[in-house]
Design a protein around this ligand. Structure first.
Ligand SMILES: Nc1ncnc2c1ncn2[C@@H]1O[C@H](COP(=O)(O)OP(=O)(O)OP(=O)(O)O)[C@@H](O)[C@H]1O
Length: 246
């Protein structure tokens, strides 16, 4: 993404000169206050919208058709079983359920839902529904996973558990992830790069590196380096609020 601008009608500058380079295996967080353009950035990357200015380019065999997307709401089909929900990306590509069963089984195993294939969404907790949604995003083995505040609606304990699970999954698959969040702690825990954004106009004001190796767990969450980076990130975010107040 190079020097991308997105302006909506009414002259709302949702993004100004946003640049970002994503490499295989990166875990990047977009962190910022409401309205700073985080979701707009994801929509541009996913091709749901086009930039007003600037370019988004894909290198090698990466492409906009090779994405998995996870939203804040799990957006499962209530009338379909877990297995059929996870089958959806394949179904949209014209593949039969029988031909995808093995991949669906593997994706459900990755999110710890083996044995839940025949359940319906109403029989699952909020955290489990989110895991189904993650399995659906992973099932095609996409080059890039976009996650838009996936855990924001969950309670703190479930959220921490899913953060741990997401990193375990990253360790297993070396997934490349762009993760939108409002949470300083989540961004420092999960990512290796944090892009701190400010609103009006939406833009990146700082990039903070988190040079801690994966896998990360409780030791990382309770380490002095984690606390120091959370402080630095929080202070940087604070400057966006001060600007906002003026
Ligand atoms: N389709 C649209 N038409 C007009 N304005 C829009 C549209 N989508 C977003 N905006 C505006 O663009 C700006 C950025 O919105 P965006 O949803 O990307 O922010 P965000 O950082 O994801 O916010 P939040 O954290 O609240 O989800 C906001 O001012 C928003 O009102």
């Amino acid at each position: 993404m190079q020097e991308v601008d997105k302006t909506f009608t009414g002259n709302v500058v949702a993004l100004r000169r946003m640049s970002m380079e994503v490499r295989q295996g990166d875990f990047i967080s977009l962190l910022g206050p409401s309205g700073c353009g985080k979701s707009t950035a994801l929509r541009l990357i996913s091709g749901l919208m086009r930039p007003t200015l600037g370019r988004i380019t894909w290198e090698g065999d990466a492409s906009v058709d090779d994405l998995g997307v996870v939203f804040q709401e799990p957006t499962l089909m209530p009338w379909a079983t877990v297995e059929k929900n996870v089958w959806l990306p394949f179904r949209l590509r014209g593949k039969s359920l029988a031909s995808c069963r093995e991949q669906i089984r593997e994706a459900l195993a990755l999110v710890d839902l083996t044995g839940f294939e025949d359940r319906y969404p109403r029989e699952l907790s909020g955290g489990m529904k989110m895991r189904v949604s993650i399995a659906r995003a992973l099932v095609t083995n996409p080059r890039l996973i976009l996650m838009d505040e996936p855990f924001a609606a969950l309670d703190e304990i479930t959220r921490q558990k899913l953060n741990d699970d997401l990193l375990a999954l990253k360790a297993k698959t070396n997934a490349t992830v762009i993760f939108v969040t409002h949470s300083v702690f989540e961004s420092v825990f999960l990512s290796d790069r944090i892009l701190v954004m400010a609103a009006r106009p939406g833009r990146v004001i700082a990039e903070i590196a988190v040079p801690e190796a994966y896998p990360r767990g409780l030791d990382w969450r309770t380490s002095p380096e984690y606390a120091r980076l959370a402080r630095e990130t929080s202070d940087t975010l604070q400057t966006t609020m001060v600007e906002d107040a003026h």
